[in-house]
Design a protein around this ligand. Structure first.
Ligand code: GDP
Length: 195
């Protein structure tokens, strides 16, 4: 799969807009500002492909990117931005509920959390959503470069515990800034696309 050959396909705000053409879909989710765009850009080795630092909560839709016409990277809307109106939160919830009700569409889930912090309530909700699909998913602990070496292991354990991760669910220490964990995440993505 040529990761250079990537293009934006469409935004979806309702189930009727969801892509369901049978190609593998890698669904990325994470709270606003966790570095979801940066992780996507890191995988694609692009600087500004998936927008970085877009106003959190401004756009509640799902963005589809085609990767070499062989798979889709599905950018799920970020969550947990404090200043978002209740109506927007509800829209987010409804859209997530709809997307996850088509769980056969999800080839691999990628939940991105902050390596520094205890997962938020919504991170836990997302982990439960991915778990409920019965589809494989991985958890990416981003911003690892901001941790001291001795903090890494306890933080990873805390994330695993808080999200109730099953033993077989990979937790990937990651830094979009440094490229740490990129190969490991990419290997999971490529393997899921092949299966
Ligand atoms: P998004 O809202 O989840 O898409 O987050 P962005 O990709 O826009 O990143 C939010 C902020 O975190 C930006 O200032 C990024 O430069 C920063 N950031 C993202 N990934 C990393 C990382 O691995 N390490 C560090 N130190 N900063 C990061």
């Amino acid at each position: 799969m040529n990761l250079q050959n990537v293009e934006f396909v469409k935004s979806a705000a309702r189930p009727g807009d969801f892509l369901r053409d049978g190609l593998p879909q890698i669904a990325f989710s994470g709270k606003s500002n966790v570095g979801k765009s940066s992780v996507l850009n890191c995988i694609l080795r692009r600087k500004n492909f998936a927008r970085v630092g877009q106003k959190p909560g401004k756009t509640i839709h799902i963005n589809y990117f085609s990767v070499d016409k062989q798979a889709y990277f599905v950018d799920l809307p970020g969550y947990g931005y404090a200043q978002v109106a209740a109506s927007e939160k509800e829209r987010w919830g409804k859209l997530m509920e709809s997307y996850f009700s088509y769980c056969e569409l999800i080839t691999l889930g990628v939940l991105i959390v902050d390596a520094r912090h205890e997962p938020t309530k919504l991170d836990v909700v997302m982990a439960e959503l991915f778990q409920s699909t019965g589809r494989p998913y991985v958890v990416v602990a981003n911003k690892l470069d901001k941790l001291k070496a001795r903090e890494i292991e306890p933080n990873m354990e805390r994330i695993r515990r808080s999200l109730n991760l099953e033993e077989h669910t990979p937790l990937i220490p990651f830094s979009a800034e440094k490229g740490t964990g990129r190969d490991q995440l990419l290997a999971h993505i490529l393997e899921a696309c092949k299966a």
